[in-house]
Write a protein that binds this ligand. Sequence first.
Ligand code: GAL
Length: 707
Amino acid sequence: MSSNNIGSRTITFDERAFLVDGQRKLLVSGEIHYARSPRELWPVLLDNAKELGLNCIASYVFWNWHEPERDVYDFSGVRDLGHFLSLCAERDLDVILRAGPYCCAEWNYGGYPPYLRDEPGIVIRTWNEPYMSRVEKYFSHLVTEFRPYLASNGGPIILVQVENEYANVAKRYGDDGQRYIAWMGDLAKKLGVDVPVIMCEGGAEGAIETVNGFSISQERMQQFRKAHPGMPAIWTELWPSWYDTWGFQRHYRDPRNIASHILSFISNGGSGFNYYMFHGGTNFGRTSMYLQTTSYEFDALLDEYGAPTLKGRYLARLHNLLINNSATILDGECEVRNDAKGVSTATWRHAGRSIIISCSKSPFHAVVKDEKGSVLFDTEKIYSAVHASHRPPKWKELPAPLDWQAWAEPRPSERTDDAISSPVPLEQLSLTHDKSDYCWYSAEIKLEKNGDHVLELSHCADVMSIFIDGKPVGFSQPPFLENRGPTSTTPAIKTENNKVNALESAVGHYKQSFTFASSKGKKRLDILASSTGMVKGDWMLGASMNTECKGIWGKAICDKRPIKSWEMRPFLAGEKLNLPAFTKSVSWHNANKIRSQSCVWYRSTFIIPKRVLKSDFRLDAEGLGKGMLFINGHALGRHWLVEGKGYGADEPWQNRELEGLSLGPVGEATQRYYHVPRAWLQEVNELMIFEERECNPGKVCLETRKA
Ligand code: GAL
């Protein structure tokens, strides 16, 4: 622990609030996932959290971030949880540690290590010995890492969350699920977690339950009070917008609507809220779940680079007001009146002071006054004032590099490593164990005629690139469904769904077919299967998470005839060579010679003048197709310049207007700009790209703005 160890604190609760050393505390909290930013950015994020008036930080602890290989634990560098917690303590920020083992969070496999899928006899997230013994082993290790940082030991952690939104899967696992979730809470306590253990949306019986959502209505608060008497009402996930997925439009949420809903929640007796996300950050490398974009900006209070947004500056005014009046709100007598026009007015009186919050619903608007009738906050007026003084950031292009070089990823026929042979295509994760997005599937086919041919794959995921005799003839067409149903033919059990995603199907959506033109004769078929990440939860599969599949695992039929002999080559040759780190292991050519090919590695050198090295940086990936980006050996993430189509009937929420949500324009790339952390840059930089499609890297440029 750092010198900021402030002595042991006792955390208790009553039905009004959590109490720190006997004093009720209003929690104004923001979620920051340390795993979604380089370590160097953590102090900046936390300083900005402080500046925007937060008194608490929440973070998930992703199991797969800390146990990257079975029985190999890593809490160093960018995984240094203790350092992150010390930085919070230094700034007098309390912490809600959302410890897992399951997290969700649009993170690969919901935070689970992919090796779990290979454990014999395992069923994830329920009462199952192979699963629980892995959980117990990891959790015992994890708790020793964070125990010194518990409030009881003088640290910043005031609450520990275990599991996450179990209500989403509770029906599927029945009594076994309930036994498991109760065991999880007991395990944390047994291992010495002596601050309150909370569970959001579907905790074990008697556990301290918390709520999540875009808004928490008066009716929901009444239900909560009934179901959880004596417990404080804490909003563990207040969604300031929503995450973006490849092939769809981007999401936004009106800050005024958020402020109104916070005031309404407080009026109804809420005593703590946590923005999910306060800073969304970036899914570097291969950390995103299936379909989640590399950016996790979330239209949050800090932008992806860590700077306060207009939303953040505006809500900061509300935070200050609430914290300054928290004693009146938490200790005062409160009276709530609803009038005939639907305006609800809450009045608190305490120690000669009053606070009056009036909230109206159509349109959403809230006003806060003091005992003299002076207006302390007006959701509309304060927004106009903050908006008028806010300057949106301006990005500037850096000079383009001149030296694009290329190395063509060898086609399977050129590979010197051994292939795995089988009469049927073998599922990809059983070959890669999710250490790569890529696996080649190759076969010899005989085409009986000249002209169009049809290749049908009954079960495949996610993006297939099809080659005939080494030439690209087609690839999968997005958009893909986020909740795509079961990977096998076992019928899905209907479960309660997470509020926003209503679609759960008993039929899996893994069938893809491709029409291509070719002359007749014997041909070589190569399919490059590429994963966009593993699912985050059961409901995406309509079945247990261990049934997740990638690559090709069903029937493959060409012109109505099954293909009966396959060769699989997991990993790209460039990955096997670790090309981003060992650039010199291959001979590079001038990119102009290779540009019109697909599946090519590109590299170039970017010079950044010393005077701008302290800025924020992003890569404009215009000109690229789909693949992976690296800078100086660091994996920036997946890129995909796929166009955002309309959601149509699959729109993930029902109350869009009431919750101030909107969508970006149709037709723009879901993600064109990619965060390049300044911590990974120097004056001379090497950018490397693996590109699946024919593309023009010459258009790619680095942009900068004042930090
Ligand atoms: C919640 C979940 C979070 C995150 C969020 C959406 O249901 O608990 O982990 O996935 O949805 O962004």
